[in-house]
Design a binder for this molecule. Structure first.
Ligand SMILES: *[C@@H]1O[C@H](CO)[C@@H](O)[C@H](O)[C@H]1NC(C)=O
Ligand SMILES: *[C@@H]1O[C@H](CO)[C@@H](O)[C@H](O)[C@H]1NC(C)=O
Ligand SMILES: *[C@@H]1O[C@H](CO)[C@@H](O)[C@H](O)[C@H]1NC(C)=O
Ligand SMILES: *[C@@H]1O[C@H](CO)[C@@H](O)[C@H](O)[C@H]1NC(C)=O
Ligand SMILES: *[C@@H]1O[C@H](CO)[C@@H](O)[C@H](O)[C@H]1NC(C)=O
Length: 644
């Protein structure tokens, strides 16, 4: 009896062992892979993973993406499969022979899976997914015996490069490109890199000397990196000096004068009608009702007469200066629903909704520099201008005390409102390609004006961001150009951009390069997103405000943060952006002799590209820095201290 009991116990024990052994033996590679597949979503690419077949027959694979060796699963090569869901590392760790995993170009997201549980992995490829977030510093801890290849490129990883990568002695291929890794590059000691790519991240600081012999292309697109193989590092003190240099050169010139502050708010609340203001005008004109009527009854020039106006008539004619425009009567303009667009340096402007389209009417009060005939001549000349980057003058209305200039309504408002106006949440700022396109258009428009008005010292005279209008394609149109010949001198000196130039404040004279200076200021404004006007509003407080502007720029590091944060699309364009910054400086050179002339400025701007070309990367410009600082040292017109 006792013996039977013992035998029974023995068999029970054996049975238990068997059951246990079978259960683990039967967790075949196939079962494990099916279990792994179940944690994924969108697995249509894995349809032939079917437990009724074996994944592996010797080194031949029967399942999609499964790599076999000696009848066991050696690797998973699940590229281009639109997979998503969870990468179940715990399940994969049950594949004893697994050495390589690739999930390149799928739709996995979230943090990096805890790959260190796969302690004998040789290579892992996680590139081209949507992984994000910081990677723990010890993410690769304990993988040092085997791991050779780590590919995490083209994801959205952030934070520091995990230092556990440094402790992988066999690592020879590392691709972290096109992520958002930040901070310094850890001090890699591995030799003989086959692949080492850190391009297009947010890394900064000096490149470790152990990596100095690598190709510079592996580090490009990181604004903050310096040292070989990129350009040499500047001490941050030097960098501050560099910033000050730039700002001094640009703002220095500004200090000399006032910059008009244009309200961009375009307050739509006030709905003053043009008709109303014209009525007031009429009342002031102490004419009889009948006479007033006569004044407003416009003698439209006969189209056949080729713009010969009946000059002997008293004022009050709406004169069309272009033949290619549908004409309308002044009454139509007065009766149309009007909207105040804002008040500029010279007076307010209104939008009038005519049947044939919206027109903008600008009122100028201080435009009596020349007599009526000369005024007509000049306006006719403006009407003959035609350039894709010039806002065409359509008509004008002459009264003794006031002139109205009529032009098309431009859909997208002014560049100033795009750079500095309040945007609706989610509405992006102008990106770099757009800003480049705009500045190129502005340059072409300026070049055209220089060619058309060889006799004018300052062909534009009032170039600033609020006078650059953007059409429906964001194509820039220059406005308020070539008005210096007709604007009252005092008024012009007080308000117009040209008279804020360093040469005017120093010598009381403008020059053929004065518009180039305004162009330079515009370039700075576009690149930094900072409005130069506030700082120079009425002269007195200029110093304090200027210092605060400089401060606000200098606080950020030179590398990158000078540029407007709202400016997107700057990837691979940093070199070109720096070129433009440098062009801005050459345009803003305070000595007229040293300043570029318009041809050089226009040519250089139009040579710019959206993206850096292959052979020219950021580094070649970064090392140009000394050019800037030497300039600053010689320019001691302005001494203000900056508490950086
Ligand atoms: C697996 O394959 C067998 C035979 O080839 C088939 O009958 C079965 O439906 C398949 N199972 C799945 C889940 O596809
Ligand atoms: C494995 O492959 C060999 C050669 O292709 C074939 O002859 C054999 O039948 C296969 N075995 C299984 C179980 O599929
Ligand atoms: C994945 O797609 C890319 C581009 O279509 C192709 O070059 C590559 O060979 C594909 N890889 C695999 C394993 O199919
Ligand atoms: C990524 O995979 C998709 C299919 O899922 C394929 O169409 C595409 O070409 C692949 N892209 C790259 C860059 O390999
Ligand atoms: C750097 O890489 C680029 C592109 O791969 C190649 O054309 C160039 O020759 C490399 N330069 C060096 C110094 O290896």
């Amino acid at each position: 009896m006792a013996r039977n009991k013992a035998a029974y116990d023995h068999w029970l024990f054996v049975l238990c062992v068997l059951v246990f052994a079978m259960s683990s033996c039967y967790a075949t590679d196939a079962d494990t892979l099916i279990k792994f597949k179940n944690s994924l979503s969108d697995t249509s690419a894995l349809d032939n993973w079917n437990a009724s077949t074996n994944p592996c027959n010797a080194s031949q694979s029967n399942w999609a993406g499964v790599r076999c060796r000696d009848g066991s699963v050696f690797g998973l090569a699940l590229m281009n499969m639109s997979l998503a869901g969870l990468i179940d590392i715990d399940t994969l760790s049950e594949l004893p022979a697994l050495r390589t995993i690739s999930f390149i170009n799928n739709s996995f997201g979230g943090p990096l899976p805890s790959v260190k549980k796969l302690g004998s992995l040789l290579s892992l490829y996680f590139s081209e997914n949507h992984f994000s977030g910081d990677i723990p510093d010890d993410a690769f801890g304990g993988m040092g015996d085997s791991l050779k290849k780590v590919y995490l490129a083209k994801n959205a990883f952030t934070g520091k490069i995990p230092s556990s990568l440094v402790a992988l002695p066999k690592l020879s291929e590392l691709d972290l490109g096109d992520n958002q890794f930040s901070g310094r590059i850890p001090n890699f000691q591995q030799q003989g890199w086959k692949v080492m790519n850190l391009a297009n991240n947010r890394l900064e600081g000096r490149i470790p000397s152990s990596l100095r012999n690598l190709n510079a292309t592996e580090f490009t697109g990181n604004k903050g990196l310096c040292g070989p193989p990129l350009g040499k590092c500047k001490s941050s003190r030097k960098r501050v000096i560099l910033i000050i240099a730039i700002i001094v050169v640009s703002v220095a010139s500004l200090l000399c004068a006032l910059w008009t502050f244009i309200l961009i708010r375009g307050s739509r609340a006030r709905r003053a009608s043009l008709a109303q203001s014209a009525q007031e005008e009429k009342a002031q004109k102490k004419t009889t009702a009948e006479k007033t009527r006569g004044v407003l009854e416009v003698q439209l020039p006969d189209p056949e007469e080729d713009n010969e106006y009946k000059r002997e008539e008293k004022g009050g004619e709406l004169c069309f200066v272009r033949k290619d425009r549908e004409r309308f009567e002044v009454q139509e303009l007065l009766r149309a629903p009007a909207e105040v667009l804002g008040s500029g340096s010279f007076g307010s402007s209104y939008k009038a909704g005519l049947l044939s389209g919206s027109m903008v009417v600008k009122r100028f009060r201080d435009m009596n520099k020349v007599g009526k005939d000369d005024f007509y001549d000049h306006m006719t000349r403006l009407g003959r201008l035609s350039h894709p980057n010039l806002l065409p003058l359509v008509a004008f209305y002459y009264m003794k005390e006031e002139k109205l200039l009529v032009h098309d309504f431009v859909l997208n408002g002014s560049l100033a409102s795009h750079l500095h106006g309040k945007r609706a949440p989610g509405q992006p700022g102008l990106d770099w390609p757009t800003r480049l396109m705009i500045i190129k258009g502005v340059a072409r428009g300026i070049g055209y004006l220089y060619k058309e008005f060889p006799g004018l010292v300052v062909p534009h005279g009032h170039l600033k961001s609020s006078n650059v209008l953007l059409d429906h394609n964001l194509n820039p149109l220059l406005a308020e150009y070539a008005l210096i010949p007709v604007i009252n001198k005092d008024h012009a000196h007080k308000l117009m951009a040209a008279y804020k130039s360093p040469e005017f404040s120093q010598t009381g004279r403008t020059s053929k390069k004065t518009d180039v200076w305004s162009l330079g200021i515009l370039i700075f404004e576009m690149l930094t997103g900072k409005f130069p006007a506030n700082y120079l509003q009425q002269g007195r407080r200029a110093n304090a405000d200027l210092a605060s502007w400089v401060n606000s720029v200098v606080r950020e590091e030179w590398t990158g943060e000078v540029f407007d944060k709202d400016m997107k699309g700057t990837k691979n364009g940093e070199g070109e952006m720096l070129k433009l910054l440098r062009i801005g400086m050459c345009c803003c050179e305070s000595s007229v002799e040293g300043r570029w002339d318009w041809r050089e400025a226009v040519d250089k701007i139009n040579e710019l590209k959206e993206r850096d070309s292959e052979e020219e990367d950021y580094s070649s410009y970064a090392s140009d820095g000394d050019v800037y600082s030497s300039r600053a040292v010689t320019d001691d017109d302005f001494s203000f201290s900056v508490a950086a």
